[in-house]
Design a protein around this ligand. Structure first.
Ligand code: FPP
Length: 257
């Protein structure tokens, strides 16, 4: 079914912004009787395949949930090993992102990472800031509720300083202080690994995002899985709270030769 934005513009059938919860690394490793970390390493390879897929399809923004605020509570050896993996990936992949013309940005509580990781994140952002083929957002130590709470705190500070009136607090102002405020919200959300939850990812930004779930475990994700998600997206009618008739694009006139 066709669809349109609230402003009446037809919506492209391909997402411009894809957001993914990459779940299933641990189970993928368990199925092979290997340590969970082997699953995370295979997950990092799936990240690369996904970047390539998005570049090939011209998807402008990819946002990945790499580490949630809650993931700090995992067994310490898994957290330590994940940090090592992130560090190695940051060292290894920046040249590759640069070559592929991908800009990388991190969202989440950076102060919780070691100075070494935080520094490399900042360096990766600086080095790739001019790249235009795609923006890759990596959510690390990120939580959707925390994102909303921090934005509310920013506005509360302005009210306390007397630069904002309480009645001026509205969706637009709050949204401007949220992560990814400079980008269009995700069009399509994918979660792998069989669970059908959002798990505190981008709660504000996903308000009108199409959701797609698959049992495929993240390390097994390939172009065919991602294409399935895109095909499902192309079939969706996005109404943004309006009716089908309201969002239907105007009938195009056919001119006989
Ligand atoms: C969820 O699987 C995955 C994570 C908590 C970590 C995600 C990390 C990667 C995909 C690797 C590298 C990423 C980057 C950006 C370099 P899980 O451990 O919860 O799996 P399970 O549900 O099967 O236990």
């Amino acid at each position: 079914m066709p669809s349109a934005t609230p402003g009446g513009m037809p919506v492209p059938r391909q997402p411009a912004h894809l957001a993914i919860v990459m779940d299933g690394n641990g189970r993928w490793a368990q199925q092979r009787r290997r340590p969970r970390m082997i699953g995370h390493r295979a997950g990092a390879r799936a990240v690369n395949r996904t970047i390539d897929f998005c570049l090939e399809r011209g998807i402008a923004v990819l946002t990945l949930f790499a580490f949630s605020s809650e993931n700090w509570g995992r067994p310490q050896d898994e957290v330590d090993a994940l940090m090592k993996l992130f560090l190695a990936a940051l060292d290894r992949e920046v040249d590759e992102l640069e070559r592929r013309n991908v800009r990388v940005c991190f969202i989440g509580e950076r102060a919780r990472f070691s100075p070494g990781i935080a520094q490399r994140m900042a360096r990766a952002e600086q080095r790739t800031s001019g790249n235009r083929a795609m923006t890759l957002n990596i959510a690390a130590s990120y939580g959707g509720r925390q994102d909303i709470a921090l934005a509310a705190r920013r506005l509360a500070e302005q009210v306390a300083a007397g630069t904002l009136l309480p009645e001026q607090v509205d969706e637009q102002r709050l949204g401007r202080h949220m992560a990814l405020a400079d980008l269009p919200p995700p069009d399509l959300f994918i979660r792998t690994g069989g669970d059908t939850r959002i798990s505190n990812f981008l709660l504000w930004q996903l308000a009108y995002t199409e959701l797609w779930f698959t049992d495929v475990l993240w390390p097994d994700v390939d172009a065919a899985t991602l294409q399935q998600a895109l095909d499902a997206f192309a079939q969706r009618e996005r109404r943004y709270g309006l009716t089908s008739a309201q969002v239907a694009p105007p009938a195009t006139e056919t001119v006989s030769p």
